[in-house]
Design a protein around this ligand. Structure first.
Ligand code: FA5
Length: 359
């Protein structure tokens, strides 16, 4: 075997033995680099006679080309091997069942909001929304509470700084302005709920400066108080997950409803620390409601001689306290992880009426 052939055999063997890209690169530099063995060989062509060059040139170039090709081939093979190894390592068995995440829970208010939304969706209600920062006009005036009306005192309002024209935005004190927004933009028949954050200057065990309400609004030609009572009843049965409930309506006053009714739910509180619905001699306040005042309909562009309807507003946080046995409202918003772990729900418990609301 000539010296040239043994050099080629030696280099090809080194290429075949290179276990990774950096080893292969070292072989390439040693053979084809500036000072590599094949490059040195090619440099000798310059000092040869024309006849020698004619004979050796093709031999040397042939070695260089075969070595270059072998390096390229080995490089591709190594890349394929590396990819296979990576794919093996990163293989995901998509047939494995999903595992619940160990950390993070759904906040009870979010859970209650989802439960309430599922119940009303089943009754055919759509979800309407409005902003937390609201026009004074929508929060009060269009709800039949003009600027100097004493009922404004019932709401301890957070006012924002006056604008150039003197008008003030407010942090909405209830979800009722979403009634206004809905009537201004939709034609009857209307059937919506509006859950969301509300704000009042209020702070004790059962009152929080930021809390949540859920508003319901139904406007049609023949909607009456009987429909209102039925909807509240159906809601209570589904929400508290009991067969039957007894509701008591008390006359009340809201400027935006006439007549206005507050609903109480029959309950049993005879065992300390427990509350059971549907029986007993006690009554639990649920929230306010009534037939939408004709002035409100007119101010929101609804023909009050043709349409009528009802609305109600419930405190979501109070519902959460009742259903999940939290005696104080404030921890709901303290962000204490231990409390959240205790009262929180797994993200996989999506409430539905068929599968169960709170299971
Ligand atoms: C209203 O806010 C009316 N907009 C409800 C309404 C809607 C009446 C439609 C008629 C027609 P009220 O001020 O009573 O009503 O509040 C409703 C509920 O919000 C209360 O029953 C209570 O559960 C809850 N709530 C009120 N203030 C707070 C507070 N500071 N913290 C927690 N919950 C509160």
């Amino acid at each position: 075997m000539s010296a040239l052939q043994s050099l080629e055999t030696e280099i090809l063997a080194a290429i075949g033995a290179a276990a990774d890209e950096s080893a292969l690169d070292a072989v390439r530099v040693a053979a084809l680099g500036k000072k590599g063995s094949i490059s040195d060989l090619l440099k000798t062509l310059g000092g040869m006679t024309a006849a020698e060059r004619k004979e050796n040139g093709p031999l040397f170039n042939g070695v260089r080309d075969r070595v270059s090709e072998a390096i390229a081939q080995r490089k591709r093979a190594l890349a394929d091997l590396a990819l296979d190894a990576r794919l093996n390592l990163e293989r995901v068995d998509v047939t494995l069942p999903a595992r619940p995440l160990a950390q993070g829970t759904v906040h009870p208010i979010s859970q209650v909001l989802d439960e309430v939304t599922a119940i009303f969706a089943d009754l055919g209600f759509a979800v309407a929304e409005g902003p937390d920062v609201e026009y004074d006009d929508y929060n009060f005036t269009k709800l039949n509470i003009p600027p100097d009306h004493p009922a404004r005192q019932m709401h301890d309002t957070f006012y924002l700084a006056p604008q150039a024209d003197g008008a003030r935005h407010v942090l909405r004190t209830h979800t009722s302005p979403v009634q206004v927004r809905t009537m201004l933009t939709q034609k009857p028949p209307i059937r919506v709920i509006a859950p969301g954050r509300t704000y009042r200057v209020d702070n004790d065990a059962t009152h929080s400066p930021m809390f949540h309400q859920i508003e319901a609004l139904v406007i049609d030609e023949n909607t009456h108080l009987g429909h209102l009572k039925w909807v509240v009843e159906e809601f209570c049965k589904a929400f508290f997950e009991i067969e039957s409930v007894e509701l008591r309506g008390r006359p009340s006053f809201f400027p935006f409803t006439e007549p206005s009714v507050e609903w109480d739910l029959r309950c049993d509180r005879s065992v300390a620390g427990r509350i059971e619905f549907g029986r007993g001699n006690d009554w639990l306040e649920l929230g306010g409601s009534g037939m939408v005042h004709p002035n409100v309909l007119a101010m929101c562009g609804v023909d009050a001689s043709r349409y009528q309807g009802f609305a109600f507003g419930l405190g979501l946080d109070r519902l959460a306290m009742l259903k999940y046995g939290a005696p104080d409202l404030r921890p709901f918003f303290d962000g204490d992880l231990r409390w959240l772990k205790h009262f929180g729900f797994t993200a996989f418990d999506v409430p539905t009426l068929d599968a169960g609301l709170s299971r």
